[in-house]
Write a protein that binds this ligand. Structure first.
Ligand SMILES: Cc1ncc(COP(=O)(O)O)c(C=O)c1O
Length: 397
């Protein structure tokens, strides 16, 4: 074997380490919940996306176990060959009903859903316009597409309108224009203004798409998402989402018109060329949708906890940015400080992940906190006490 690859990786990793950009994932020895065991020690968990605490919900676990007993562990193939079980179809119907859309199509992850939908629906001669803070999977979908691309400043719908006008100008785009935004932005916890976005898009006949990864289960009636929260069902084109956050299993989905679903079935490469979700996963997702429809207490608790914790951080004097959702950043100003804060929080019993460049600009380096319905008031008060101690230690407050 050539040494070139080993030498190249060694030198690249040394460079990343020098810039504090190399982090091995922490290994967890417990289920997803309010607390997590790391290195044998139980700490308060403020870094997972299981917003409603459904990972260990008895009905969800039971559905997964029953599915394994009936169907075994794998789906057998990609969807178009023999990987479509009645479980997949039922799950799509449930999700479509929940999202109040005509249809839904499952993907293996939120990442492949975004990549599949964006790259399949925007083709040569089309144009994609994306919010600058959109998720990496939207960016990668756009890169894979043969459409041209533009980026508008974060939530600046005036800028979006300028780009639309330019794109539709003389000698401009005659094909489709796809405008894509996250619903809740994952690093800042702020929310896209779908009305302002649609106002601009309607003037230039552009398709609207929202990535509801951090909004499903969080915003809207019973957690139906951003479109529902902003009463935009009649004016919005497409939704993509993940099944690994408030619905805390794994997978992704498209939700929107049936005819678009059929086109994705025919053309979307992740759907065509990668095996479908296993029975236990699909059954657990369906059970989660039932819980969302029938047990509103988890959603209510999530928001109670969010308000308490967010206000607590603000009262302590931390810079929490523009968040209006359970994702609350504690912005500290540089990567080294964010890493240090995360490290001493963990030493004091709180797991909250540091987020640095390239995920955010260096000056916006932060520790990101996410509360869930599974946290008790005592957990959150304890976490605030630890934040206070560590914030003072680092001179942040
Ligand atoms: C906004 C957003 N979109 C898409 C994804 C990808 O979802 P998944 O983890 O299901 O691939 C994520 C995951 O972090 C996300 O935050």
């Amino acid at each position: 074997m050539t040494n070139q690859l080993i030498e190249w990786c060694t030198s690249e990793i040394a460079g990343l380490k020098e810039r504090h950009l190399f982090h091995m994932p922490k290994v967890h020895q417990s289920a997803v919940g309010a607390r997590v065991i790391i290195d044998g020690k139980s700490v308060i968990q403020l870094s997972n996306n299981s917003y409603l605490g459904l990972s260990t919900h008895p009905k969800v676990k039971e559905a997964a176990i029953k599915a394994i007993e009936k169907y075994g562990v794998g789906s057998g193939a990609v969807r178009p060959i023999s990987g479509t079980m009645d479980l997949h179809v039922e799950c799509e119907e449930k999700l479509a009903k929940f999202k109040k859309t005509e249809s839904c199509l499952l993907f293996q992850s939120g990442f492949t859903a975004n990549v599949g939908v964006v790259s399949t629906l925007a083709v040569a001669g089309d144009h994609i316009i994306s919010d600058e803070l959109n998720h990496a999977s939207i960016i990668d979908g756009a890169r894979l597409s043969k459409a041209t691309r533009a980026v508008y400043r974060h939530k600046d719908y005036g800028h979006l309108e300028e780009l639309l006008k330019e794109a539709r100008g003389p000698k401009g785009i005659t094909g489709k224009i796809l405008v894509v935004t996250d619903g809740v932005f994952s690093m800042d916890g702020d929310v896209a203004d779908l009305k302002a976005c649609a106002d601009a898009c309607e003037k230039y006949d552009a398709i609207t798409m929202v990535d509801d990864a951090h909004a499903t289960g969080v915003l809207g009636e019973k957690g139906r998402g951003t479109v529902d929260d902003q009463h935009m069902h009649e004016r919005w084109s497409l939704t993509v989402g993940t099944l690994s956050k408030a619905i805390p299993v794994v997978g992704g989905y498209y939700a929107g018109p049936q005819i678009v679903k059929e086109y994705l079935i025919a053309k979307a490469r992740p759907f065509l060329f990668s095996a479908s979700a296993p029975p236990a996963v699909v059954a657990a997702v369906s059970a989660c949708v039932d819980v969302l429809e029938n047990e509103p207490q988890h959603h209510a608790k999530l928001w109670e906890n969010t308000k308490f914790f967010k206000q607590g951080l603000k009262d302590l004097g931390f810079n929490t940015g523009n968040s209006v959702t359970p994702v609350t950043p504690v912005i500290v100003g540089d990567g080294a400080k964010a890493a240090k804060l995360s490290e001493i929080l963990l030493e004091n019993g709180v797991y909250a992940q540091g987020i640095y460049f390239p995920m955010v600009a260096e000056a916006l380096s932060r520790v990101r906190t996410i509360v869930s319905a599974s946290h008790s008031r005592e957990d959150l008060q304890e976490a605030l006490d630890v934040f206070k101690k560590c914030g003072k230690q680092l001179g942040l407050i």
